[in-house]
Write a protein that binds this ligand. Structure first.
Ligand SMILES: C[S@@+](CC[C@H](N)C(=O)[O-])C[C@H]1O[C@@H](n2cnc3c(N)ncnc32)[C@H](O)[C@@H]1O
Length: 284
């Protein structure tokens, strides 16, 4: 695992998380009045949540974590970003919801949690998580080490196929790069501004953010890498779904918006492309 790359990414996430949350207004009120930031796809894969001990990996500012709390789960969220975790704690307090939020690199946290005997019924990760992880084998082993016997891992993620496309849907790059990091000098972008109310469900405020001065390292993993890592760690993949739409995040400028905060390719591009994946894997 490339700790230096993760630390660099921490700076970039710290910077842009503040901006993302400035775009999103009334978040505590929204949650307090029963609002949820979750999509039907993750809810279907997660299944029953009442009283389940749930680990939310890479939870960012805790909006999804707290939406899961509202559904009865007992949630621990872990994220590397200082700004994200301090925002999540404040949001929980302002919304009157209870969750534990821990600032840590998930690789460090897995080791400490497994040693301390912490175990969960469900581990959950979603939307833009895997590209920050420098070692998928270690990631999958970490997940297994903190799952109860019979516990379930749920992943809803952008499809690895997207990694090959440019902004105009042309094939422009490789599928995977064998775990090598790619550096992006522009850092984490303002994808909340690109997506507006599709991501800012409680209310969106438009402004132009200054550029992110902190570069990032990203890692391109393919379907084979993801599934093999889970299988090699001893998890049994029980579901694998490919969705022809993206939830919430306008990742390409010309995407068309459908009801339910779904985004699909423009009409001049073939439809039914694989744009998101859903995986469940059991600690059998
Ligand atoms: C696109 S966000 C995920 C959003 C999340 N699904 C949610 O509920 O809002 C990716 C997150 O991964 C976190 N991250 C990146 N590398 C990490 C690492 N090594 N350990 C823990 N968190 C990490 C970032 O800080 C960021 O909050």
């Amino acid at each position: 695992m490339l700790q230096a790359a993760h630390e660099q990414n921490r700076c970039s996430w710290n910077y842009m998380t503040v901006i993302h949350n400035r775009h999103k207004v009334n978040q505590a009120e929204y949650l307090r009045s029963g609002g949820s930031t979750l999509f039907p796809e993750e809810l279907e894969l997660l299944g029953a949540l009442k009283s389940k001990k749930l680990l939310h990996l890479q939870c960012n500012s805790g909006q999804d974590s707290l939406s899961l709390v509202q559904m009865g789960a007992v949630v621990t969220g872990v994220d590397i970003s200082d700004e994200a975790i301090s925002f999540a704690r404040q949001l929980a307090s302002d919304a009157g919801l209870k969750a534990e939020f821990i600032r840590a690199d998930i690789y460090d946290w897995f080791r400490q949690a497994a040693e301390a005997g912490q175990r969960f019924d469900i581990a959950f990760s979603s939307y833009g998580a895997l590209c920050w992880l420098s070692d998928l084998q270690l990631w999958a082993q970490g997940i297994r080490s903190v799952l109860n016997p019979g516990g379930k891992f749920v992943l809803v993620e952008f499809h690895p196929f997207l990694q090959m496309l440019d902004d105009d849907w042309r094939l422009a790059g490789p599928y995977t790069v064998e775990g090598k990091p790619t550096i992006y000098e522009n850092g984490i972008g303002d994808y909340v501004a690109m997506s507006g109310e599709m991501l800012a469900v409680s209310g969106y405020v438009a402004f132009e953010a200054p550029p992110n001065p902190h570069a990032v390292y990203e890692f391109q993993w393919g379907m084979g890498d993801i599934c093999s890592a889970l299988i090699d760690a001893g998890l049994r993949i029980s579901k694998l779904v490919e969705y022809p739409y993206i939830n919430g995040c306008k990742m390409f400028p010309r995407m068309r918006e459908l009801p339910g905060r779904r985004l699909v390719p423009p009409e001049d591009v073939p439809q039914n492309l694989p744009l998101m994946i859903g995986i469940t894997a059991i600690n059998a």
